[in-house]
Design a protein around this ligand. Structure first.
Ligand code: WTA
Length: 653
């Protein structure tokens, strides 16, 4: 099976060792026996209901799962709650009131610690500030910020008053931001005067200004002062408000809105198989329940843990596992603003030592970079506080797994390789530390109460072997729809195998029932753990005046997993050259964001197409990666690929 990442079972299986859960760890772990799995499998609804009981509800639900209108499933029907009550208020009546909720480290080394009480106070005040700007329950608020404490405060403030947040990653361009604001249609945008990245300033406010010009619904822009004078921004009278000024006059008390379990909590845009990003919709009750439990069990979260997830809150991992999951558990969650190599390549390990991090959750792309930089950087620091390691975002190659285990985990920390998606809201396939024996490269088995399988083309279960990863039963934190486009929701996820959720991932199941996720089988790439759509980048390229046609693929890359590689057909009479090449790369960065900038662009006179005119990206991948060509029976003109390959090899030198 061909996957977007070009991973093969053979490569994964070179590492054959199995790592049992360390006995010491198992002794005190939340989960260390298998009866939980059996119970959950026997009656998943009862299982999830018992988890939901651990949270605070203003009113208990009448029905756990409503399956009457598939695929529009509803969980905890009739229940009323507010996730911020579970993240904040609930902890104020215990000793946790003065416990650190968020420890924030700025890139330049500045630091902020917010206790649960502090966070509750700031959230309540900003919730009132939002109300003052006219935001009401149900209104969407876009957040376009760096990794600053105000981002956490703003998202929780939205949730407090029932205004769904739509967080747009600070690395996206003005244009990408405008598209997302216009899709969500809110009146308020929250941003920063800028962000720090490797000592430079990310001009968030300038980009926001540019975006808002194209967004007729935006009436107010709130600006956090992160940089100060150096940012040299302009505040537009009447539209722009400084965060700190709004906060000065905001009232301290803001009762949480009683949200229906199925009221929208947030929208998060992600790349799909078409050029247009999808607004993934998550609701309140099921999402609260599943992020709460997965955080507790997968990370074995205890009150004395210092937990650090290195993701950006602009992605789903930050939503579920920096903010909502950890705070519902009353945990201490660490947030870091900057890059892993600034000011030095030991920055992460410096933070681990400084705060005594016990649980670290990061991405394979980062681990591969650390590996390449060398063992000496982690060795500079005392990392004996670590007791558990996590991985997310893409398949982890066994070599990186072993390096992580040895150099970061000191061979004593279990590794949880967690598979999930923006759409799933929470972790679905993962080891439970203290229980599951791990195999490097495998996310192991489903979380209790979840059922996944491998299907073949025809929709038969593959008991052992490769195929498509599907989810057979609804789960509490599942996406409810694509914002404003229920048809696309049905089409995208529920049409390939009727009644079954199609993940878009290719995977294999082995004789022990372990899942090995290989990568996307659709036109979605995974570049340094970020999801990008080939079509979105192709549209950006074709948007340039010199380009007639473009095909984009994810080419296997040692560090990033995949790199963006583009094949471009120029318009008649346009000369290719290095200047144009740079211009096109810049053009893509400007249209989408620096993360989408192609690593290489190859000018060609033709693209391999099927007889029905579809570009055969798979063949382009074979060309780019120098592999023997796969199946070419549907190719219209075999010469195209031969010519292309010849030219490509020449250009690579
Ligand atoms: C991939 C990130 C292998 C997969 C939470 C999925 C993984 C996509 C893993 C979702 C893993 C995520 N092993 N592949 N542990 N975790 N993926 O929406 O292809 O940004 O479909 O969510 O990342 O990416 P997303």
């Amino acid at each position: 099976m061909a996957t977007e990442s070009g991973n093969t079972i053979e490569a994964l299986l070179e590492e054959q060792r199995v790592f049992p859960s360390p006995e010491e760890f198992a002794k005190n772990a939340h989960v260390n026996a298998d009866d939980i799995f059996a119970q959950a499998a026997a009656d998943p609804e009862a299982f999830w209901a018992s988890v939901a009981e651990e949270l605070h509800w203003f009113k208990k639900w009448d029905q756990v799962l409503d399956e009457s209108d598939p695929p529009f499933f509803k969980w905890f029907v009739g229940g009323k709650l507010n996730i911020t009550h579970n993240c904040l208020d609930r902890h104020l009546t215990s000793w946790r009131r003065n416990k650190a909720a968020i420890i924030w480290e700025g890139e330049p080394g500045d630091q902020v610690v917010l206790t649960y009480y502090d966070l509750w106070r700031e959230v309540s005040k900003f919730a009132n500030a939002l109300k003052g700007l006219g935001v009401k329950k149900g209104d969407r608020v876009t957040l376009y910020m760096g990794m600053v404490p105000e981002l956490a405060i703003a998202m929780l403030a939205c949730a407090r008053i029932g205004a769904p947040h739509s967080i747009v990653f600070g690395g996206f361009s003005a244009e990408a931001l405008a598209d997302r604001i216009n899709d969500a249609q809110g009146n308020v945008l929250v941003t920063c005067d800028g962000g720090w990245r490797r000592g430079g300033i990310v001009p968030l406010k300038q980009m926001a200004d540019e975006a808002v010009e194209r967004c007729p619904t935006i009436e107010s822009v709130v600006v956090v002062k992160r940089i100060g004078d150096e940012a040299s921004i302009e505040m537009q009278e009447g539209r722009d408000h400084w965060w700190h000024e709004l906060m000065e006059s905001a009232g301290l008390r803001c009762e949480p809105e009683e949200m229906d379990a199925e009221d929208m909590l947030y929208i998060l845009y992600t790349s799909g198989t078409t050029g247009k990003p999808k607004g993934i919709v998550h609701t309140t009750g099921g999402y609260s329940t599943q992020t709460y439990l997965t955080t507790k069990w997968v990370f074995d979260m205890k009150d004395d843990d210092v937990y650090w997830c290195t993701a950006d809150i602009g992605w789903v991992t930050g939503h579920s596992y920096i903010i909502y999951g950890p705070l519902q558990n009353g945990a201490t969650t660490v947030m870091y603003e900057g890059a892993p190599d600034f000011p030095g390549r030991d920055r992460f390990w410096d933070i681990v030592e400084k705060y005594g991090i016990t649980i670290l959750y990061t991405a394979p792309t980062a681990i591969r970079a650390f590996m390449r930089w060398g063992d000496e950087y982690p060795a500079m620091h005392d990392m004996s506080s670590l007791r558990l390691l996590g991985s997310v975002g893409e398949p982890i190659n066994p070599e990186a797994w072993i390096w992580y285990h040895t150099n970061i985990g000191g061979e004593r920390c279990p590794i949880v390789d967690t598979w999930w998606q923006t759409e799933t809201g929470a972790i679905l396939i993962t080891p439970l530390p203290g229980y599951t024996a791990t195999k490097p490269g495998s996310a192991t088995k489903t979380f209790p109460g979840i059922s996944a399988a491998i299907f073949d083309e025809a929709g038969n279960v593959v008991p052992e072997g490769g195929g498509y990863l599907v989810l057979q039963r609804p789960w509490p934190s599942m996406l409810r729809t694509i914002y404003g486009d229920p048809e696309r929701f049905k089409e995208q996820y529920w049409s390939r195998y009727p009644g079954v959720y199609f993940t878009g991932d290719g995977a294999k199941i082995d004789a022990d029932g372990y899942f090995w996720v290989l990568g996307r089988v659709d036109d979605v790439m995974n570049v340094a753990g970020h999801r990008l759509s080939t079509m979105e980048i192709e549209s950006a390229l074709v948007d340039h005046q010199s380009v007639a046609e473009a095909a984009v693929i994810g080419k296997t890359h040692e560090l990033k997993g995949q790199a963006v590689s583009a094949f471009v057909l120029l318009k008649e009479g346009i000369d290719p050259g290095d200047t144009l090449l740079d211009e096109l790369k810049k053009h893509v960065a400007q249209k989408i964001g620096p993360i989408a900038r192609p690593d290489d662009i190859f000018f060609t006179a033709d693209l391999p197409k099927t007889r029905s005119g579809k570009i055969m990206r798979r063949l382009l991948r074979d060309v780019a990666e120098g592999r023997a060509l796969g199946d070419t029976t549907t190719l219209l003109d075999a010469n195209v690929v031969d010519n292309l390959r010849g030219q490509y090899e020449d250009s690579e030198g």
